[in-house]
Design a protein around this ligand. Structure first.
Ligand code: SF4
Length: 370
């Protein structure tokens, strides 16, 4: 728990850098915000050029043993669940390949019966010939569990802390391994020690006050920059979207707040990838894309089998770890959340070009090392 102790100390005794970041979060006039937008744009051009890295999520499973009040996959929700087998996953991957993607994010809930380390390793091995970049958004693991996934060919891990507010975290995570705030907070450090070289984190905005969340996030990022110095870091700023369970945001996080935080992050952390997902509306994504964002998802589906209808005949409910047949005639698993920007990947790429940006489908190939 090297990091979680350090993080608490950094928040209690903030460094000059963290205090400067906090200043950027204070309420400000429009002309100040506009000046920051210009700085954020200039810094992004200096470090990233006009590039916008594109990726797509590929949901493997919506089984989960955790109870997270805000998530459609929470074990408390009687949703339609399924876990793709390796070939079903490969069909989904082929679709994404055909859409142009070379960077894929594998997403799964946390369930030891359906999603074990062995399953993830097989998925990665199957995808390696297809995708130069494979990133995981799955349950946090021990270092020794991360290592075989790196050996199999995965290069990145995302672990969102969801909220850095300890009390809110406790109230919102009432069952399952995710209850352990500190275990989650130390995940990226373990992933780095396991060999991952792309690390991503973020806050799910709407669970606690955004300025406090942003400060805690920045303390996390300062630590990651120091400790995981060989890794490329990314930060995502997801906002709550409608999902099964009908959780309503506890705190607001407006478009203006989003923009202020994005600029503050870019000014403070010039080399970190800033991610904007299809949770956000098309017009807002288009407006923010040139101002500091460097990674975007496109054409996303947030349910397993969402791209090609795989495993529709295997849908079931899961009750106490057991599959229970469904009585309805649904053909799609339940989504984790509704997306806002439903444009196709090619439409999004064309829009980026019209904004003077360069959509990047592939930024790495293992042949570089050989
Ligand atoms: S947020 Fe993650 S861990 Fe929590 S219920 Fe959803 S999939 Fe499971």
């Amino acid at each position: 728990m090297i990091f979680s102790h350090q993080w608490a100390r950094d928040l209690e005794y903030p460094s000059a850098s963290l205090m400067a970041f906090q200043k950027l979060l204070e309420p400000c006039d429009d002309d100040v915000l506009e000046a920051r937008a210009r700085s954020s744009t200039a810094i992004s051009r200096r470090y990233f050029g006009r590039t916008m890295r594109l990726f797509a999520p590929l949901y493997l499973s919506n089984e989960c043993i955790n109870s997270c009040a805000y998530c459609g996959f929470s074990r408390d929700n009687a949703i339609l669940r399924v876990t793709l087998d390796v070939e079903q996953m490969a069909c989904e991957a082929s679709y994404l390949l055909q859409e142009g993607f070379r960077s894929v994010l594998l997403v799964a809930g946390e369930h030891p019966k359906f999603i074990s380390n062995g399953y993830l390793k097989k998925c990665i091995e199957r995808l390696v010939p297809m995708f130069p970049s494979i990133v995981l958004e799955v349950a946090p693991m021990e270092i020794k569990e991360y290592e075989p996934l790196v050996e199999a060919g995965a290069e990145g891990v995302l672990v969102y802390q969801e909220t850095y507010d300890l009390e809110a975290y406790k109230q919102l995570h009432t069952a399952g391994p995710k209850k352990d705030f500190h275990w989650r907070l130390d995940s990226l450090q373990r992933a780095y020690e396991g060999g991952f070289r792309r690390l991503g984190t973020g806050v799910l905005f709407g669970l606690a006050h955004w300025r406090a969340e942003a400060t805690a996030l920045a303390a996390h990022l300062f630590f990651l920059q120091r400790y995981c110095w060989k890794a490329q870091l990314s930060v995502s700023l997801p906002r709550l979207r409608p999902a099964a369970g009908n959780f309503t945001p506890r705190f607001s996080f407006s478009d203006r707040d989003f923009a202020q935080l994005l600029f503050a992050l870019r000014i403070t952390f010039p080399t970190i990838q800033l991610v904007m997902s299809t949770r956000e509306e098309a017009a807002f994504r288009d407006a923010m894309a040139p101002l500091g964002v460097t990674m975007m998802s496109a054409g996303s589906h947030t349910e397993p089998g969402g791209y090609t209808g795989q495993a529709s005949e295997q849908l079931h409910h899961t009750i106490r770890g057991k599959s229970v047949p469904i009585t309805c005639s649904s053909t799609h698993a339940t989504k984790q959340f509704e997306i806002s920007d439903d444009r196709s990947p090619s439409m999004i790429a064309s829009k980026l070009v019209s904004l003077g940006l360069d959509p990047v489908w592939k930024d790495w190939d293992s042949v570089i090392l050989t």
